[in-house]
Design a protein around this ligand. Structure first.
Ligand SMILES: [Zn+2]
Length: 225
């Protein structure tokens, strides 16, 4: 089974991807990992991509698309779940064409829908425990809210000190990523709409990302075979 996942930063897309991957035994392919793999492997495409990245430029689609395709082709037998690509309608069109040419079928598109302000709040409310990275703490979620101790918020699991990741508090960076995601003209939302309207295209499963992780995953699983 081949699946494409969409969801803004802060929607829990990575967590849901991991759950789907585990259930179906397919490869979870994240767009950043594709770049890292090609650059580390010293492939021709990786070398070209690195030159752009080193200059701080976006890697053009002529390099990104074949790279994604090569990585997906390696998981052809197992099936894959692609995460973080395409980000634009141009990339969506190119991916659709390339998949058809490569004889790979897209079976489902999973979209996690979340309001932009809520997504931002979710990113900014994450807290890290000094004792254990896996202790979930979030100031916006009742179920995993940190506890107060001596007038300070501490880890709800172990009472450890809490901190926020610097890039989770970088409002400009969050806005920049969300601007691309929520762009209905050429951005990621336009890419999702492209798949929704694609004649004979894969079914698009849209779920409400404001629900709890477990509820979101149940809604997704109910609609997957
Ligand atoms: Zn802790």
């Amino acid at each position: 089974m081949n699946i494409l996942t969409f969801g803004p930063n802060g929607s829990g897309k990575g967590t849901q991807g991991a759950i789907i991957k585990q259930k179906y035994g397919i490869d979870h392919i994240e767009s950043g990992a594709i770049f890292r793999e090609h650059i580390k492997g010293g492939t021709e495409l990786g070398k070209k991509a690195k030159a752009y990245i080193d200059r701080g430029d976006l890697v053009p689609d002529e390099i990104t698309i074949p790279m994604v395709l090569e990585t997906l082709a390696k998981s052809k037998d197992k099936g894959w779940l692609l995460d973080g690509f395409p980000r634009s309608v141009a990339q969506a069109e190119a991916l659709d064409k390339a998949l058809k040419e490569a004889g790979m079928k897209l079976d489902y598109v999973v979209e996690i829908v979340l309001d932009r302000e809520i997504a931002k709040e979710r990113i900014m409310g994450r807290r890290l425990c000094a004792n254990d990275n896996n202790h979930p703490n979030h100031i916006a979620f009742e179920a995993i809210k940190p506890v107060e101790k001596d007038g300070k918020l501490v880890c709800r699991v172990c009472g450890g000190e809490l901190s926020a990741r610097a890039d989770d508090q970088d409002v400009d960076a969050i806005d920049k990523r969300h601007k691309i995601y929520y762009d209905t003209e050429t951005g990621t939302t336009a890419a999702i709409n492209y798949f929704k309207k694609l004649p004979g295209g894969a079914p698009v499963i849209s779920v409400d990302g404001s629900l709890a992780i477990k509820e979101v995953s149940e809604l997704i699983m109910k609609q997957l075979p």
